[in-house]
Write a protein that binds this ligand. Structure first.
Ligand code: ADP
Ligand code: ZN
Ligand code: ZN
Length: 672
C-alpha cells in the first residue's frame, strides 16, 4: 500500500510506502512522520491511500502514524485542495497555513501539560453567567426575517447596513438560533484589533460556547483550540480572523463575515494568497452551510453579485434608535494653505471643532494614513533622500527612536549626521505621519491626553487591547491612528472624527482607489456619534470639489458604485473579469527583464490580449529581489482548471531553462 502525503513545504505531495504494521492505522487525514531527502524528518498529512506503484523512484516508508482519528477531516482536505487549485499554489503551502505550527509531535508533548493546567483554570472562569439576548427593534426583526428567507433560496446573503444600524445585534440573534439547532457558527473579523470589543459582547451572550482563534495567540492556545474543534465536544461558536477558516468543523451551519469589504481578509504574503471571504463562501458551500456578509460599504465584487441576485440582499438604512449619521464637513486645505491658515496638519475649523469637543469632555479620533514621523527626509542643500538598500522605497523617519525605517523589509538605520552627497547637515522632513500629528497636538491642545494606534505602538495583541480599553475609559481625549482606527471600533463618547488628509487615499495608482477611499473614509466617519451624541466629521482635502468627496459627504454609495462600474467595465477590470497577477522575482535586474519578456510572450501565445505587461510594479524591488508583474484578465466563464494548467505548463517551460535557475514565479489570484 502507498500513501500520498502532503508536507509543509512548497510541493503538492510525496508518495511513501505504508509498512504492513501501519496499514490498519493510517487513513486519509492522518498525520504521519516521514523522512525526506538525506536526513530530514517531517510531519505530513495523508491525502490518499492507493496501490499504484510509482515508477522510477526509490520509495521511503512512513515512520509513524500520530493520530488514532485523522487530525484533518474530509471537509478540510477538500477545502485545502480547492484552495491550492484556485489560488495556484502548492498544497504544502496550504497545509502550512492551515495547521497550527505546533502540530509537530515534539512540541505537542511539551504543550500538553501547559494546556491541561490552563484548561482547568478556564473551566472555572467559564462558569460565568451569560446576559440574555436583547430584543431586536421591529426594523432589525424584519431584516432578520429577510435574511432567513433569503437563506432558504440562496447560499450567500449581503447585509448592507449603515454603521451602527445594529448589524452585530442581528448576527447575535442568528448565531443564537443556529446554536439552538445544534449547528456551529464561524464569525470572521478582518482584524485582531476588533476581536477584543466583539469578544466581550459575544461572551456575555454565549459564554463558554465560544472559542477565539487568531495568530496573535500562542501556539499552545491555537493548538488547544484546534484539538478541541477536532474533538467530540467542539466550541459551537468560533470568533476568528481569516485563519479561522482552517479549523475543523463537524457541523457548520453559518459563516458570518463582518466588514466583508476589508482588504485584510486577503492574505498577501506568503502563499496561499487567498481571500478569506471567497474561501469562506466556498467552505460554507462544501459544508452545506450559509454565509452572511455584513458591511456598511460593500465591496464591488459582493454588491455586484447581490445586484445580479446571485446573493440575497438585505438593507438597513438607519442607525439604531434613529441616531443621526454624522455630518461631514469638507475643508479645502488648498485654500487654507494658500491663505497660510494651516497649523501643521490642522485647519482652523478642525482645531475649533476639536476644542469644542474637548470643552464638552467628549473624545476625538484622528485618522492619518501614514505611520512614523514623516514620509521621508531630504537634504536641504541637494535634495538627497535616504532609500532602503534592499527595497525600491524611501526610508521613513521615526523621531521617537531617532531612526529611519523601511516599512517593507524592516531595515533600520540612524539618521545621518550629514548628507553623503554634499555634506550638508540639515534635513527637511516631508509628509506627515501619525508621530508628527501627535507632536503637533501637544502644541495645539495643551493638556489634552493622546493615544496613538499604529503598527509601531500596537505591535502585539496586548498593546492593541490596552490602547482600546484606555480610550474606552477616557484615559485619553484624542486617539490618533492609521487605518487601524477606522474599523468597527465602538466608542460611546466620540463626537468628532478628523480625517487629516483624504487625498493620500485618492491618488493611488490602483483601479480600486476610489472604492477603497469611499470604504475607509465612510468607516472612519462612522466612528463618530454612535451613542446619542450627534457626530461631526471634518474631512480635509485638496480636492474638495471632486465627485468622490461629494459621494462620501452624501454617503452616496450607489452613485459612487454606478460611476466606478462603468469604468471597470470599459477597461475589463473586476468584477467584470477575474485578475491573475503573475510575479517573477530575481536578484539580477537585467536577466529578469529578459525572462519576464520571454514569459510574457509565452503567455500571449495562449491567452492573447488578456495579457498585460510585463511591467515594474510600483515597488520594483523588495528584500533585495527585483520584481516584474504580468497581469491576466480572464473571463469568468473560463475554466479555472484550464487556466491553472496552462499557467503551470508555461511555468515549467520557463524553469526548465538553465538561465532561469534561481527565478521565482508565483501567482496572485484576485489580487487586491
Ligand atoms: P453595527 O454592527 O451595525 O455597527 P451594532 O450592532 O454595533 O451596529 O449597534 C450599534 C449600537 O446600538 C450598539 O451599541 C448596540 O449595543 C446598540 N443596539 C443595536 N441594536 C440593539 C437592540 N436591539 N437593543 C439594544 N441595543 C442595541
Ligand atoms: Zn545633500
Ligand atoms: Zn526595505
Amino acid at each position: 500500500m502507498f500513501a500520498d502525503v502532503t508536507l509543509p513545504i512548497a510541493f503538492d505531495s510525496f508518495t511513501y510506502l505504508v509498512p504492513s504494521e501501519l496499514e490498519n492505522k493510517v487513513r486519509r487525514g492522518s498525520r504521519v512522520v516521514v523522512p525526506l531527502g538525506k536526513n530530514k524528518i517531517y510531519t505530513g498529512v495523508v491525502l490518499t491511500l492507493h496501490s499504484n506503484t510509482p515508477q522510477g523512484v526509490e520509495l521511503k516508508s512512513i515512520i509513524e502514524v500520530l493520530d488514532e482519528q485523522p487530525a484533518v477531516n474530509e471537509l478540510q482536505l477538500r477545502f485545502w485542495q480547492w484552495m491550492a487549485s484556485y489560488y495556484i499554489c502548492p498544497l504544502g503551502d496550504v497545509m502550512k497555513a492551515a495547521l497550527p505550527g505546533a502540530m509537530k509531535p515534539k512540541d505537542e508533548e511539551a504543550l500538553k501539560e501547559k494546556n491541561k493546567k490552563r484548561r482547568s483554570a478556564d473551566a472555572h472562569s467559564a462558569e460565568a453567567k451569560t446576559s440574555p439576548l436583547s430584543t431586536l427593534s421591529p426594523v432589525q426583526q424584519q431584516a432578520m426575517e429577510s435574511i432567513e428567507k433569503s437563506f432558504s433560496e440562496k447560499n450567500v446573503t449581503l447585509l448592507h447596513g449603515v454603521t451602527s444600524s445594529g448589524k452585530t445585534e442581528i448576527y447575535i440573534h442568528l448565531i443564537h438560533k443556529c446554536l439552538q439547532e445544534g449547528k456551529q457558527v464561524l464569525y470572521l473579523l478582518p482584524e485582531i484589533a476588533l476581536t477584543t470589543q466583539i469578544t466581550e459582547r459575544l461572551r456575555r451572550v454565549f459564554g463558554d460556547k465560544m472559542g477565539v482563534y487568531h495568530s496573535k495567540f500562542t501556539e499552545a492556545q491555537r493548538l488547544d483550540i484546534y484539538k478541541r474543534q477536532a474533538s467530540a465536544c467542539p466550541y459551537q461558536l468560533i470568533l476568528g480572523v481569516r485563519s479561522g477558516i482552517f479549523l475543523p468543523f463537524s457541523n457548520l451551519g453559518l459563516i458570518i463575515i463582518d466588514e466583508e469589504h476589508e482588504h485584510s481578509y486577503k492574505q498577501q504574503e506568503p502563499a496561499p494568497r487567498y481571500h478569506a471571504r471567497s474561501a469562506a463562501i466556498m467552505l460554507a458551500h462544501m459544508a452545506g452551510a450559509k454565509t452572511l456578509l455584513g458591511t456598511a460599504t460593500p465591496s464591488f465584487e459582493v454588491y455586484h453579485m447581490a445586484r445580479k441576485e446571485r446573493y440575497g440582499y438585505v438593507q438597513l438604512t438607519h442607525r439604531h434608535r434613529d441616531m443621526q449619521l454624522p455630518t461631514v464637513e469638507v475643508i479645502d486645505t488648498k485654500e487654507a494653505k494658500r491663505k497660510k491658515l494651516m497649523k501643521g496638519a490642522f485647519s482652523p475649523r478642525l482645531i475649533e471643532a476639536m476644542r469644542e469637543a474637548l470643552d464638552r469632555k467628549e473624545q476625538i479620533i484622528l485618522f492619518q494614513n501614514r505611520r512614523g514621523f514623516s514620509s521621508f527626509i531630504e537634504c536641504k542643500q541637494c535634495g538627497w533622500v535616504p532609500r532602503c538598500p534592499h527595497c525600491d522605497v524611501t526610508l521613513t523617519l521615526h523621531k521617537k527612536t531617532a531612526t529611519l525605517t523601511c516599512h517593507y523589509c524592516g531595515y533600520t538605520t540612524h539618521i545621518p549626521t550629514q548628507c553623503p552627497a554634499c555634506e550638508e547637515t540639515a534635513f527637511t522632513d516631508i509628509g506627515v505621519g501619525t508621530e508628527k500629528v501627535e507632536e503637533q497636538i501637544a502644541k495645539l491642545f495643551e493638556g489634552a491626553a493622546t493615544l496613538r494606534m499604529d503598527l509601531d505602538t500596537a505591535k502585539t495583541r496586548l498593546q492593541h487591547e490596552r490602547i482600546i480599553s484606555d480610550f474606552a475609559c477616557h484615559k485619553a481625549d484624542i486617539l490618533i491612528g492609521t487605518q487601524m482606527v477606522t474599523k468597527g471600533l465602538d466608542f460611546d463618547n466620540v463626537s468628532v472624527v478628523g480625517i487629516l488628509d483624504a487625498d493620500s487615499m485618492l491618488n493611488l495608482p490602483d483601479f480600486r482607489s476610489y472604492e477603497r477611499a469611499f470604504q475607509t473614509l465612510s468607516q472612519v466617519a462612522g466612528r463618530a456619534g454612535r451613542n446619542r451624541k450627534p457626530g461631526l466629521v471634518i474631512l480635509q482635502t485638496r480636492s474638495a470639489d471632486s465627485d468622490i468627496i461629494r459621494h462620501i459627504t452624501n454617503n452616496d454609495y450607489w452613485q459612487m458604485f454606478y460611476e466606478q462600474m462603468s469604468e471597470r467595465q470599459l477597461f475589463n477590470y473586476p468584477p467584470f473579469r477575474r485578475l491573475i497577477n503573475v510575479y517573477l522575482r530575481h536578484r539580477d535586474d537585467q536577466l529578469l527583464d529578459h525572462l519576464a519578456d520571454d514569459m510574457g510572450e509565452r503567455l500571449r501565445a495562449v491567452f492573447g490580449d488578456r495579457v498585460l505587461g510585463p511591467e515594474r510594479p510600483p515597488i520594483a524591488r523588495m528584500h533585495s529581489l527585483y520584481i516584474r508583474k504580468i497581469m491576466l484578465k480572464i473571463e469568468h466563464q473560463a475554466s479555472v482548471t484550464q487556466v491553472r494548467e496552462a499557467l503551470l505548463s508555461i511555468q515549467s517551460q520557463m524553469l526548465a531553462m538553465p538561465i532561469a535557475k534561481s527565478l521565482n514565479i508565483y501567482y496572485d489570484v484576485d489580487p487586491l
